[in-house]
Design a protein around this ligand. Structure first.
Ligand code: PEP
Ligand code: MG
Length: 905
């Protein structure tokens, strides 16, 4: 017999007040984050309205079967519904005393605002009368009914939410009132009829023929049908485009599904003794130990998040006499929850006629600055260990701290102020819609997305924009939460902005400024300031909390972190960021500017004397570069790679030269000059290759142009000798790129050794310079045992290794087919950003064989993957000695390496 699958789990109390909860916080893959923590809160005795959770697996089975219910699942749900009705002593849809429920999504990982929710389910033309009788509050009952029709139509039937908002606005104008709360019971009753009319006109009767009654679509009155529709809609919302995009952004698997929580409604909109709010147990923006959040009196939860009315700060809750007791209880619960979950928590609550209910809790999202402070504070409060503190900060989040700020020296006038919702500063052109933001960024422009308030459909625009600015909503509004999660600067709730998105203009009250699309503005999400025009931005300094966490990280990390840098400034910067050396100095970056002319002379001249002269000039210039780099990294290793790219990269573009020749021909230029240009063109043409990335590059250059390695190694050795004479401790290492056979390395190693010996002799100093190679071709990885006999170190060039293992051109595929591969799930992620398991196998094989060939071999990685936290975990598993990454990723790599070590321990 097939094993019976448990699909539904109850939470909360029974009629006798006993806790009958079936789940707990460890069950988030079954119950979703929300369901698991509702269960946990009920288990620890917090006031949770009773309900039940339908498992994530049921959602996946339903959607994998093409939206078909697994056998028996609906029957189980109806059993749990009956059980809930018994526990509450009320029935859904009851004419005299109806039980109302909410139907909410809740995935294993929080996806704020991405999926659907339906509130007040169970109301119909009869049960609304029961609600009136029970509450003696007709206004509340009609308000609840109109909200239900509105949400059901929008969420379940996919109707445009504006149809309903416009009807509310029309009603407010007709009744001469400003605020929703001023509409009377009769007004709301009238609105229910209007809404039912809108439903009837707009319902999709092709998809839902069962809605047709007497020839027209009718709002469904049967509570069972309402519940089934709502659950199916929540299941469906797992696959909506914004949820799919959010998962892609946050690397959340598409296979997890969402749970559905069916829970008894409690009402924050039952008058002045009721309220609803969202809160964090600490400040989510800067980590201060204070209660942080917003609430609204006489409102339902969605009103707070939607930013429809301006909220009050949570600290004021206790000051309202009717809410003071519940406010105190809430603060006590904050302490209890932090103690229980040992983390900063995010909470949704409702106060119904003075009584507090907890609707949700989860580990709160926070900025990088807040994450650091909270981790350090909680360690000193004894709540968590140092190891846990290091694991509480997401490495990628540190990027936020490395984000630009307004230059303190800059002169600017504040145009308006709002809430400092997500730190960092941004400068860009004003755009008014997500689509315009995406389009502008595709054209290479930088934009600030300006919205009344954002909603989940704006996600693509929010990702594209430099920053986000809203005129409405609090620090827990959609814009604020999402921007903080993405690390994008955001200023929200700037009430002075009167935005007309249709006209694409913003009137700034109290000033004569009117901003139009394309005008440049600056925002500072750290202070909440908006400026008309561009403000100079600067990078922040690394201090305080970041240093502390990174120092702790260094205690646990076993893998070294070096930087990829090719000038003294970047070398110094990376050293300041904690780099323990340079893992890759790309010398070709030193051949730009004036020096391009010299290298062109070197490449294009066949006259040996002229060529030698150019080589000497280059060697001299490089000596100066290396001198600065080795000095900045005194005492630490600096791996200098010999010239790597195809030579034609240093030559003029044949296309530009072609145009020039045509112009000279047309304008009758001097014959000798024209001949010289044609000659140049012919030479450049002779360097053209069909596959330059597989051609004359890497060590092949050194073999074909033997002067090249000599001039470069001479410069390295000379700079080291100069510093040694000054009493410093330079530690250069010479790296040969793109080796595929041991013979190449053997030959070039001999050249390098001879040159180093020559310089040592000339300079009268002892030089001990290691010589190694990059492993970036499959043949090198599979013959690493042979290659290692000639190498002191290996550095895995995972950019080229990815290119050559897949046979993907690294310069082309990311714009071309990788996006399609990702969309079609042929690849789980971009292998040029996060190391692919197949390429990682190459690295592993290279390390194992390499150590056979030379047990003292040092092994590291210097491809872009060296700064990617996920790849760093893989490299730690392989046992690399270090990763090397761009200077700004050094702090990220230090933290990721510590987390990898702690995970392995
Ligand atoms: C690599 O290939 O991974 C590497 C670091 O070298 P480059 O990107 O310069 O080819
Ligand atoms: Mg390479």
């Amino acid at each position: 017999m097939a094993e019976e699958v448990k699909r539904v789990y109850k939470f909360g109390k029974d009629a006798e007040g006993n806790n009958v909860t079936e789940g707990n916080t460890d069950m988030k893959y079954t119950l979703g984050g929300k369901g698991a923590n509702l269960a946990e809160m009920a288990n620890i005795g917090l006031p949770v309205p009773p309900g039940f959770t339908i498992s994530c697996q049921t959602c996946m089975e339903y959607s994998n079967a093409g939206n078909v219910w697994p056998e028996g699942a609906l029957d189980t749900i109806w059993e749990y519904r009956e059980d809930l009705e018994q526990r509450m002593g009320k029935k859904i849809g009851d004419v005299n005393d109806p039980l109302l429920v909410s139907v909410r999504s809740g995935a294993p990982f929080s996806m704020p605002g991405m999926m659907d929710t339906v509130l007040n389910l169970g109301l119909n033309d009869q049960s609304v009368q029961g609600l009136i009788a029970q509450t003696e509050n007709p206004r509340f009952a009609w308000d609840s009914y109109r909200r239900f029709i509105q949400m059901f139509s929008n969420v379940v039937m996919g109707m445009d939410g504006d149809l309903f908002e416009n009807a509310i606005n029309a009603m407010k104008i007709e009744k001469g009132v400003k605020d929703d709360t001023e509409l009377t019971a009769d007004d709301l009753k009238e609105l229910v009829e209007v809404f039912k009319g809108i439903f009837s006109e707009n319902a999709d009767t092709v998809a839902h023929p069962e809605l047709v009654v007497d020839g027209a679509a009718a709002f469904p009155q049967d509570p069972t049908a309402q519940l089934k529709y709502a659950i199916e809609a929540v299941f469906g919302s797992w696959g909506n485009p914004r949820a799919v995009l959010y998962r892609k952004q946050n690397k959340i698997s598409d296979d997890l599904g969402t749970a559905v929580n069916v829970q008894c409604m409690v009402f924050g909109n039952k008058g002045e003794t009721s309220a609803t709010g969202v809160a964090f147990t600490r400040n989510a923006a800067d980590g201060t130990k204070e209660y942080y959040g917003d609430f609204l009196v006489n409102a339902q939860g969605e009103d707070v998040v939607a930013g429809i009315r301006n909220t009050s700060p949570i600290s004021e809750l206790k000051e309202i006499p009717a809410l003071a007791e519940a406010g105190q209880q809430l603060e006590d619960i904050f302490v209890l929850l932090e103690g229980h979950f040992r983390d900063m928590m995010d909470i949704e609550f409702t106060i119904e006629q003075g009584k507090l209910f907890m609707l949700q809790t989860r580990v709160g999202k926070r900025t990088a600055a807040a994450a650091l402070k909270i981790a350090i504070d909680m360690e000193s409060e004894g709540l968590i260990s140092k190891e846990e503190a290091v694991q509480r900060v997401q490495p990628d989040q540190l990027d936020q701290l490395l984000h630009p700020q307004f230059d303190r020296k800059a002169n600017y006038e504040v145009l308006a102020r709002g809430l400092n919702a997500s730190p960092g500063a941004a400068v860009g052109e004003v755009v008014f819609s997500a689509a315009d933001a995406v389009a502008a960024v595709e054209e290479g422009r930088k934009v600030v997305l300006v919205r009344w308030e954002t909603n989940p459909d704006d996600l693509a625009g929010m990702i594209a924009a430099e920053g986000i600015l809203t005129s409405h909503g609090g620090k827990t509004s959609h814009a604020a939460v999402i921007a903080r999660g993405m690390g994008a600067p955001c200023v929200c709730g700037v009430e002075a902005l009167k935005i007309d998105a249709d006209k694409k203009e913003v009137v700034v009250s109290g000033t004569d400024v009117v901003l139009h699309e394309g005008d440049v503005i600056s925002i500072d999400g750290t202070t909440g300031i908006v400026v008309n025009g561009a403000v100079d931005l600067v990078m922040p300094e690394l201090t305080g909390d970041l240093d502390t966490i990174l120092e702790w990280a260094d205690e646990f990390r076993t893998m070294g972190v070096r930087a990829n840098a090719d000038n003294p400034e970047d070398a110094q910067l990376s050293r300041n960021f904690g780099a323990e050396g340079i893992g890759l100095c790309r010398t070709e970056h030193m051949f730009l500017g004036d020096r391009k002319q010299i290298i062109q002379t070197f490449i294009l001249n066949e006259d040996e004397e002229i060529r030698q002269q150019a080589a000497d000039q280059l060697s001299e210039a490089q000596t100066g570069d290396f001198y600065g780099m080795f000095k900045a990294m005194d005492g630490l290793p600096v791996i200098v790679r010999l010239l790597d790219p195809p030579l034609h990269e240093f030559l003029e573009s044949p296309r530009a030269l072609d145009v020039e020749i045509a112009r000279m021909e047309a304008t009758g230029a001097d014959a000798a000059e024209l001949a010289a240009k044609r000659d140049l063109m012919a030479k450049i043409d002779s360097f053209a290759e069909a596959n330059p990335m597989l051609g004359m590059r890497g060590c092949r250059l050194s073999i074909m142009y033997p002067i090249l390695p000599v001039l470069q190694v001479r410069a390295i050795a000379t700079a080291a000798a100069m510093l040694k004479k000054e009493g410093l401790d330079p530690k250069p290492e010479v790296m040969i790129p793109l080796v595929s056979t041991v013979n190449e390395l053997e030959k070039l190693r001999a050249v390098a050794e001879a040159t180093i010996a020559e310089v040592a002799e000339e300079q009268g100093v002892e030089l001990d310079i290691e010589i190694g190679t990059m492993i970036e071709l499959p043949r090198a990885a599979v013959t690493a045992d042979e290659i290692a006999t000639q190498a002191d170190f290996f550095s895995f060039g995972t950019n080229d290794l990815t290119q050559t293992t897949f046979g993907f051109s690294r310069d082309d595929v990311e714009g071309e087919f990788i996006p399609t591969y990702l969309a079609e799930k042929l690849l789980p992620y971009n292998p040029f950003a996060t190391i692919d398991p197949g390429v990682a196998k190459m690295v592993k094989m290279g390390v194992e064989l390499g150590k056979q060939g030379n047990p003292d071999l040092t092994v590291g990685v210097c491809g872009e993957h060296g700064g990617d936290p996920d790849s760093i975990h893989t490299f730690a598993g392989i046992g690399l000695d270090y990763v090397s990454c761009s200077p700004y990723r050094v702090p990220i790599a230090r933290l990721a390496a510590a987390q990898a070590a702690l995970k392995q321990a």
